[in-house]
Design a protein around this ligand. Structure first.
Ligand code: HSE
Length: 419
């Protein structure tokens, strides 16, 4: 695309994000981008834009030679992939906000970008308003990046905040997140951690060159976190956040997962409330850096889409530097995690899976233990995702190596615990 060539846009979707993008484009005339057509599913629905702009025929946009950029903001991952792949094959640049589609198809999307020599940008797909993809891609050299620790889902963070601060029941907090336009149309994707997993899988590609990560990542959401867990968290001077975590281990491999976590009140992520997202990056020399901003909602997401559209003016492309120019990172399952497990009955927890149990409480009010478990044991089991079991990682959860003999002894000494 020539620098002075006007951006002529074809938009797919006119929901929370699509309408937001249309609106912010109207407020940024300096971008000199015009919307030529908007493709929507339900053509009969009244919209806040001129009627003649809309069509329900995808090909009208995809085959229009005047349109040089497709902006895809629809909810259906399969349809989104068909749209963006056809657009790229037709020589159009693409901006997308479809995290599920990107997580499911990243290898094919990399090939489409390469073979068609087009840009495919998706800053809005992770942490909405926070420019985290471009920063990881451009700023942090592989060796400099020690760890990333983040809240990447606005809805679950909103729900946890409302439960902790207003004592709102889970269902009411979720309903509010839906009404405010933060949640996915299928909110299970938020609540059970799939949305965070999707985002984390491609963020790991930009951070460490790990591809694809999704199938191999251990994850869960906040579906089993309850008020008893919140009470334990408060006693430990912590809040609970659904966090995405990645850390380079001493052996050079990367530990990564998406799990609820006890976060100390003075931790930067405790400051991240409601629909906000936050990303704490630890790197050599710079120590800690903190990115913070709205992670869901119409305008915050639209701002990232707008920034991608604007980047097309100077031919910006992701280079996937960590994947192509460095030795790609490798996930490790060989480390330990310190975890809290809330449960209703002892038999739900296979105590022999633990290297050590440091705390356990079981009475008519609370049932929980705090113990150390090998990550691979967690990865290969599902008991911790069952109803009535809530697994929450400790405030400082990662242990690279253990003196197992010492731990077993200490475990046995603990208050006559024998399961
Ligand atoms: N449902 C998503 C969230 C929207 O709550 O974070 C932004 O990706």
């Amino acid at each position: 695309m020539e620098t002075d060539k006007k951006l002529v846009l074809g938009l797919f979707g006119f929901g929370v994000v699509g309408e937001g993008v249309y609106s912010v484009l109207g407020k940024t005339p300096s971008l000199e981008a015009t919307v030529r057509k908007v493709c929507i599913k339900n053509i009969g629905k009244k919209r806040n834009a001129p009627k003649e702009l809309f069509t329900d025929q995808a090909d009208v946009l995809l085959n229009d030679p005047e349109i040089n950029v497709i902006v895809e903001m629809i909810d259906d991952a399969d349809a989104a992939f068909r749209i963006v792949s056809t657009a790229m094959n037709n020589g159009k640049h693409v901006v997308s906000a479809s995290k599920k589609m990107i997580a499911e198809h990243l290898p094919e999307l990399l090939e489409l970008q390469r073979s068609n020599k087009v840009s495919f940008l998706y800053e809005a797909a992770c942490c909405a308003s926070i420019p985290v993809i471009r920063n990881l891609e451009e700023y942090y050299d592989n060796d400099l990046l020690h760890s990333i620790h983040a809240v990447v889902n606005g809805s679950t963070n909103f729900i946890l905040t409302r439960i902790f601060e207003d004592k709102l029941p889970f269902k009411d907090a979720l309903l509010l997140a839906q009404q405010l336009g933060f949640a996915e149309s299928n909110p299970t994707l938020d609540v059970e951690g799939y949305d965070a997993l999707n985002k984390w899988s491609f963020l790991l590609t930009h951070a460490y060159g790990i591809l694809p990560g999704r199938e191999r990542l251990v994850f869960t959401g906040i579906q089993n976190v309850n008020e008893l867990d919140a009470g334990v968290a408060a006693k430990k001077d912590c809040v609970i956040r659904l966090t995405a975590f990645a850390k380079k281990l001493n052996n050079g491999k990367v530990a990564a997962f998406v799990l609820p976590k006890f976060v100390k009140q003075d931790d930067l992520l405790a400051f991240v409330k409601n629909e906000y997202n936050g990303v704490v990056v630890e790197s050599s020399f710079a120590d800690k850096q903190f990115f913070y901003g709205k992670g869901a909602g119409s305008y915050p997401t639209a701002s990232a889409v707008l920034s991608d559209i604007s980047a097309l003016r100077y031919h910006y492309k992701y280079e996937y530097k960590k994947l192509y120019y460095h030795t790609p990172g490798e996930l490790s399952n060989d480390f330990y995690l310190k975890v809290y497990v809330g449960f209703t009955e002892w038999k739900q927890v296979p105590k022999n899976d633990f290297e050590s149990i440091e705390e356990w409480h079981s009475n008519d009010r609370v049932n929980y233990l705090v113990g150390i478990i090998h990550f691979d044991k967690l990865r290969k089991s599902t008991w911790w995702k069952e109803d009535g079991v809530s697994l929450i990682v400790d405030a400082d959860p990662l242990i690279e190596s253990l003196d197992v003999t010492r731990l077993k002894k200490r475990s046995l000494e603990l208050a006559g615990y024998n399961g």
